[in-house]
Design a protein around this ligand. Structure first.
Ligand code: G1P
Length: 270
């Protein structure tokens, strides 16, 4: 089935990207020639989504909306309708996603974190949709994490072996750290949710870091036996930190500018 709607949380103020994100929202920080969030909207459009519900904050949300509308639709995004929704208080990622509930309604939806960009040619949303039993179960995009990322990402509890990239999941823990990690499979910022996640999010208490955590809702979906994982072939690029943004710019630059840029890089590297 095709998934019509994508939710893209973009309300984070980006403490890891200060001072660049003091005025400019993190989602608008540039990777080569476009803001991070544009990559996410383009990816959703490539997967066939017709609506992108972008969750923005009160202070800077209008800038995010303006980016997509100011001179008419961006090339390649003519067929996806951008719908901003304001998160009035920064109460966590789970709270941000729940702010999109009234726009999504009773439909399964993709969720894309714009801190993560897929490598060119390695889209994952179709893989999530294909594993969702026609949008009947939620499917989480996963990657095997190195030790240091076990304290930076949500980590899942496997309930089966991986077969053809898919597995059943029993739950998830937000940033457990190496000592408490239930596996090495981490949530990498691409999700397909059934609308039942909103009912769970609406009742959640604050979790890790005192925030309403999306991972806690994922854990509940797992305990209901309605959660699967899809192990992506390639890592996603993480543009939520200065070094990650630099690495992503270089890697996407190699793709965009080809041999000319690569030979410049080789010269620099000596
Ligand atoms: C968020 C999620 C976390 C996920 C990560 C992926 O964390 O809470 O579960 O693994 O994104 O980038 P954040 O990066 O906002 O700390």
């Amino acid at each position: 089935m095709s998934i019509e709607v994508a939710v893209i949380p973009a309300a984070g103020r980006g403490t890891r990207m200060r001072p660049a994100s003091r005025v400019v929202p993190k989602a608008l920080l540039t990777v080569i020639d476009r803001p991070a969030i544009q990559y996410a909207v383009e990816e959703a459009a490539r997967a066939g989504a017709k609506e992108a519900v972008v969750v923005v904050d009160l202070d800077a949300g209008h800038l995010v909306a303006q980016h997509f509308s100011i001179e008419g639709p961006l090339t390649g995004l003519e067929d996806i309708h951008l719908r901003p929704v304001v998160q009035e208080e920064a109460l966590g990622l789970g709270h941000a996603v729940n702010e999109a509930a009234h726009m999504v309604g009773d439909r399964p939806f993709f969720c894309l974190l714009s801190d993560n960009i897929v490598r060119p040619g390695h889209d994952v949303l179709a893989g999530l949709a294909a594993g969702s039993h026609d949008g009947a179960v939620s499917v989480m995009c996963l990657r095997e994490l190195t030790q240091e990322f076990l304290s930076k990402y949500g980590v899942v509890v496997p309930a089966s072996d991986v077969e053809d990239r898919y597995l059943d999941l029993a739950g998830a823990v937000e940033k457990p750290g190496p000592a408490n990690a239930p596996s090495r499979l981490g949530l990498v910022g691409r999700y397909l949710f059934t609308p039942e996640v909103f009912e769970i999010l609406g009742k959640l208490e604050p979790g890790h870091g005192g925030e309403i955590q999306l991972t806690d809702a994922i854990n509940e979906l797992g305990s209901r036996g309605r959660l699967r994982g899809y192990v992506a072939e390639e890592d996603l690029l993480d543009v939520g930190t200065p070094i990650g943004l630099l690495e992503a710019s270089v890697e996407l630059g190699e793709h965009e500018f080809g041999e000319e840029f690569k030979s410049w890089l080789r010269e620099r590297a000596g």
